[in-house]
Design a binder for this molecule. Structure first.
Ligand SMILES: [Mg+2]
Length: 265
């Protein structure tokens, strides 16, 4: 399977995971073979994800499981980006975290004291919101009270949903909306559509013509544009096709799947 003319034009690729490489851990049709073709043609590949559920190690293991070779340096996670940002700007402070155990670790590793299990949770100086499937009313109460008392509000992303085999599941943005609505404050976002994830990936890949591929216009295409990179769009359940007409800059390529975008059959 040769590469498409579009794929041949670029030296390196930054790929979104959910809805692009896989959906719910199952590869999108032909994705594994297409990635093999890219690498056989000498192209560099990095993965950049707003997924805050899993650690970088988890994602590397999931990539190997579907047959894609990857190392920790190939995967840029929003949890890693959050840790980096907190370490630079908020270390030594107290935090309340909505997220998975992976996000709790990142916040702790950045040098913040996590107050979740204490009586002081609603008095934290920083509130971090990330995706989780284990949300409780008390989490929203503590987060909203802390922000109303003046805590900084940071979130990994604003994605309303993420694709799963049975349809979209509520993402970080759905949880964040409750905290923002209750507190009347707007969070600072670390993941896409901010450019930082792609800039970190670029840092690891090095110089070369770079193409970003993702399935979300408001996050992947917007972040690529903010980072000054070309982007292509593939479609998943969560792609808002109507949004594409009015989006600027238009993607350099559009295809139903990652494999269709990269390889000719
Ligand atoms: Mg995606």
């Amino acid at each position: 399977m040769p590469l498409t003319p579009l794929a041949a034009r670029y030296d390196q690729f930054i790929l979104d995971l959910d809805g692009c490489v896989w959906v719910g851990g199952e590869p999108t049709p032909g994705a594994v073979e297409a990635l093999e073709e890219l690498r056989a043609a000498g192209k560099q590949v990095a993965f950049a994800t707003n997924n805050a559920f899993d650690s970088g190690e988890d994602l590397v293991a999931q990539l190997w499981k579907i047959g894609v070779r990857a190392s920790l340096s190939d995967v840029v996670t929003v949890g890693g980006a959050m840790q980096h940002m907190l370490a630079e700007t908020h270390t030594g402070r107290t935090a309340f975290v909505i997220g998975t155990s992976s996000m709790f670790r990142h916040v702790g590793d950045a040098g913040l004291k996590v107050l979740n299990a204490t009586d002081l949770a609603s008095r934290a100086e920083v509130v971090v919101v990330a995706g989780t499937t284990d949300l409780r009313y008390d989490d929203l109460r503590n987060a909203i009270q802390a922000v109303l008392r003046g805590a900084d509000l940071l979130a990994t992303a604003r994605d309303p949903t993420y694709p799963q085999p049975d349809g979209p599941w509520p993402g970080t943005g759905s949880i964040l909306a409750a905290v923002e609505y209750g507190s009347g404050r707007t969070a600072e976002i670390v993941g896409k559509p901010e450019p930082q994830l792609f800039l970190t990936a670029l840092d690891r890949l090095g110089d070369g013509a770079t193409l970003v591929v993702g399935d979300r216009i408001g996050s992947d295409l917007a972040a690529a544009s903010a980072a000054g990179l070309d982007a292509a769009l593939v479609f998943s359940d969560g792609t808002d096709r109507a949004e594409l007409d009015s989006f600027e800059p238009q993607p350099v390529g559009v295809a139903e799947t990652l494999a269709e975008l990269l390889t000719r059959r």
